[in-house]
Design a binder for this molecule. Structure first.
Ligand code: TRP
Length: 345
């Protein structure tokens, strides 16, 4: 059996970094059909663990993320798209799994540690936030998922999930399934920097190009992209390394697209000219702009359709959630039986 589960916290619109880092692969995976079940979860309950004081933000973004999923081509007839908080079995599983992990183990999780540092939470960390790797274990095991496509920051979660699975099976008998992370392919696509070239694309820094940005917004953002500060006159030699326009072209362009939108036959040719001098920033930015818009156009079109048919989106989420709940309920029953708290069966 090949059961795939992955998800996102709904804390903002998804951007082109998400697209090349994970969404594109999910759609490919979906269309290849080499799996038995495919679940995509909108992790609103997890988003609340560090946004409990801003539920409005989480609520609004549930629909935004659903729109992003559908507009990139995730297909509800192949993938079960659902809302985490609507599957209460996940919370119940979390409660039993919490007994199988120590506070000090939770505090050692490097991703959680990083997040605590970034948010200056220190010792005032909410118990729910510290516990989210356990809740993520419930997300994965409830569906008996054995394949979890995630970014590399999620590896500690997978490791902790498997530890909990091992403990559970050892103490209560073989019940839960171990899982394996699938990471995106090597290269810049894995951590697409923001348009400022400073950090990974991130909503809080404000350096993102969103899947929902219109043409004019994309144009403005590309025109403001960090290139080579020493490339002042067109004839000056320009640097490729660290130049965001080329970093993005590396990720988004193909030779066909380069031929279509520039006077060059390949990206390498274009880079060569830029390095030697004689190719202006505005020209290369226009090429990138056209390529991004060509990729984003069909996504925008689908989004527009679904924005005008929100009731369809709600229906998709409802149906997906029902299906997810059924499966999670079966697992919860097995878990309670294994522990011996299935009194009325
Ligand atoms: N922690 C993941 C993220 O921040 C989201 C997530 C929640 C998830 N539950 C999951 C991912 C289960 C994979 C499997 O992106």
């Amino acid at each position: 059996m090949k059961i795939i589960l992955t998800g996102d916290r709904p804390t903002g619109n998804l951007h082109v970094g998400h697209y090349v880092g994970s969404l594109r692969q999910r759609v490919l995976l979906q269309n290849k059909g080499d799996y038995d079940e495919l679940y995509i979860m909108i992790a609103d309950a997890q988003a609340l663990t560090d946004n409990f004081d801003n539920p409005k933000k989480v609520r609004e973004n549930v629909l935004n993320v659903a729109l992003d999923y559908l507009s990139v081509g995730l297909d509800p007839s192949k993938a079960t798209i659902f809302i985490q908080s609507e599957v209460s079995e996940l919370t119940e599983l979390t409660f039993y799994y919490m007994n199988l992990v120590t506070v000090s183990r939770l505090e050692r999780n490097p991703t959680v540690k990083d997040e605590i540092r970034q948010k200056n939470m220190d010792r005032s960390i909410p118990a729910g936030f510290l516990n989210y790797p356990v809740s993520q274990t419930a997300d994965i095991t409830a569906f008996k998922a054995n394949i979890v496509p995630v970014g590399d920051d999620q590896l500690p979660m997978i490791e902790q999930a498997n530890e909990i699975v091992n403990s559970f099976n050892r103490i209560y008998g073989e019940t839960l399934v171990k899982c394996e992370a699938v990471l995106p392919k090597e290269g810049a696509a894995r951590r697409l920097p923001g348009i400022d070239g400073k950090a990974k694309m991130s909503k809080s820094i404000g350096n993102c190009i969103y899947l929902s940005d219109d043409e004019e917004t994309v144009r403005k953002k590309v025109m403001s992209m960090y290139t080579d500060p020493d490339h002042i006159k067109i004839d000056d030699p320009g640097k490729i390394e660290g130049n965001m326009v080329f970093t993005y072209l590396d990720v988004f362009s193909t030779d066909d697209l380069i031929k279509k939108y520039s006077d060059f036959n390949s990206l390498d040719e274009m880079k060569e000219k830029y390095s030697k001098g004689g190719l202006g920033d505005v020209v290369i930015k226009k090429v990138l702009c056209n390529i991004l818009n060509e990729i984003l156009d069909p996504i925008r079109e689908k989004r527009k359709y679904y924005e005008e048919h929100i009731e369809e989106v709600i229906e998709i989420l409802k149906n997906g959630t029902l299906k997810a709940r059924k499966k999670a309920n079966e697992t919860l029953k097995e878990v309670k039986k294994a522990i011996g708290i299935n009194y009325f069966e």
